[in-house]
Design a protein around this ligand. Sequence first.
Ligand code: ATP
Ligand code: MG
Length: 278
Amino acid sequence: MRIAFVGKGGSGKTTLSALFAQHLSKSKKPVLIFDADLNIHLPELMGLKDLISPDMHISKQEVSTSIKKYLIGKNEEIKNLSDLKKTTLPGEGSNLINMKNLEESILRPYLAQEDNLYLAVVGTYEDEKIGKSCYHGNLVIFENILNHLIDNSGYVVADMVAGVDAFANTLHSQFDVLALIVEPTKRSIEVFEHYKHLAEQSNVHRNLFVIANKIRSEADRKFIDEHIPKEQFIGYFEESEYLRNTEQTSSPLDINSLENENINLLEKIKNTLEKIAA
Ligand SMILES: Nc1ncnc2c1ncn2[C@@H]1O[C@H](COP(=O)(O)OP(=O)(O)OP(=O)(O)O)[C@@H](O)[C@H]1O
Ligand SMILES: [Mg+2]
């Protein structure tokens, strides 16, 4: 099962992906969360910063080469590394990565781990590439992994770059649920409209769901209800006193301190994901 958190800058993608991954990990199934933003925030927010170094970023050349070679395996259709494109699907002889066995997988050296929760960081620009390539280049290895991942025994969560970037590559079509975080603001609704349009054009609109975030009042709820179709709406995530405090103290997130109504919303996201993925 796979879910990506998308939306406008600052809407709460990183916060909600981290909390959702922590919530999923209570199920004891393996949870693999990807930080796919060029500004890397998840390791710190999840308290896993000491377990991951820039050498482990999967878009780092040595790392991505090693993963790509493994995925290609004995697939004779793929003669060179560069023939493994972001759209290339596994063929005869390809190796797959199974969530059932992350411990022994090719990804393991590059993951931070805490019990059944694993974190991978796509990674930011390498210095020599600045000016020569864009972040989409870094995301190719992420797309390769998703194309070769057997995920039915666990959960994949992705914290994505702000905006509609996922439509510039194949990522929008790689997830059971695209969870769009919407704030009760006009600007955020515009992002929803844009996303909805792109999702319809690429035929993934059945996978697009909205989570309203930073909800403070009945008026906020009403505003969201007026602009978001019911069938695409998961629920409201309240403005959180706990989250405000963690921002002030820069402490990592701990799901056990989150308000009950917000835990209930995380459970609702899980139910939606399981229903759509079934
Ligand atoms: N429900 C909430 N209640 C209170 N604060 C929140 C809530 N959701 C998010 N925040 C705060 O809003 C800010 C932005 O959140 P976050 O970093 O998760 O957004 P983002 O969408 O990942 O941003 P970016 O586009 O920069 O990656 C953070 O300070 C976070 O603590
Ligand atoms: Mg973020």
